[in-house]
Write a protein that binds this ligand. Structure first.
Ligand code: SF4
Length: 243
């Protein structure tokens, strides 16, 4: 697949997703999120659970006055685990939140983290207990406004179905693919693009996709094959009923 075709596809996909989901609100978009600390803490809380559960834990922390890196780094472990219990695996998430908050406090606080250049921020975050590249990029993109593309399961699933993306499975290869396929895109576009991909993955391009109403159907061989197969099955059933 040549670069020109990949670029065209990624821009076409963005335009279609924007038309389909552009009016919807998404929790980390700048006009929705309360502030960087919500993104940073939420990025840990949402690991292996839904955003609804992560948001409940976020509100528990807020109500307790614990949505603050200085508080998170020093509060008793059991109390922190109790506050985030609703998001699942409370001990794991409490340990990760404490490590992340301590790293930020040791470095100089939230303004210090948010002022780091992208490469330094990613390296620093990924070196922290419990922070992988996806979580680091969520923080860099939505809390700090850096131009980095988040790769998650929704992104790979829809991209593979529609026929774009690198052959290998490495996170960095996928991130570089989207970033180089959209050379003129800024961080704000990447923020919207990721939000539309997640919304698309939850509504239509699910584990079992609903392809017939998909705005990308004409560009997706996988989806068209599914629709044709479903139509063929319906015709066979109808034919059998009239015999
Ligand atoms: S046509 Fe189906 S498989 Fe293709 S992107 Fe749309 S929902 Fe996903």
């Amino acid at each position: 697949m040549n670069h020109e075709l990949r670029t065209t596809n990624c821009e076409l996909i963005y335009a279609r997703l924007s038309d389909a989901y552009g009016d919807e609100r998404w929790h980390w978009m700048p006009d929705v999120v309360r502030g960087p600390i919500d993104v940073i803490v939420g990025a840990v809380l949402v690991q292996h659970t839904t955003w609804t559960n992560a948001e409940r834990a976020l509100e528990c922390l807020r109500s307790a006055g614990a949505l603050d890196t200085a508080v998170l780094a020093t509060m008793p472990f059991d109390a922190l685990a109790a506050l985030v219990r609703v998001s699942g695996t409370p001990s794991i998430k409490a340990r990760r939140l404490r490590a992340l908050a301590a790293m930020i406090e040791d470095g100089g606080g939230l303004p210090w983290l948010l002022a780091l250049p992208l490469a330094t921020m990613r390296t620093t975050l990924i070196a922290t207990h419990g922070v992988g590249p996806e979580t680091a990029d969520a923080i860099a993109l939505y809390a700090a406004g850096h131009r980095t593309f988040i790769i998650d399961a929704y992104t790979k699933r829809f991209a593979r179905r529609i026929g774009i993306g690198p052959l290998d499975d490495r996170y960095e290869t996928w991130r570089r693919f989207f970033e180089s396929a959209l050379p003129g895109a800024d961080a704000a576009l990447f923020q919207r693009y990721h939000a539309w991909i997640v919304l698309h993955g939850k509504t239509l391009c699910r584990a079992t996709p609903r392809c017939a109403p998909c705005p990308l159907l004409d560009a997706c061989d996988y989806g068209r094959a599914r629709v044709v197969a479903a139509q063929t099955r319906s015709a066979c059933v109808a034919g059998g009923a009239t015999r």
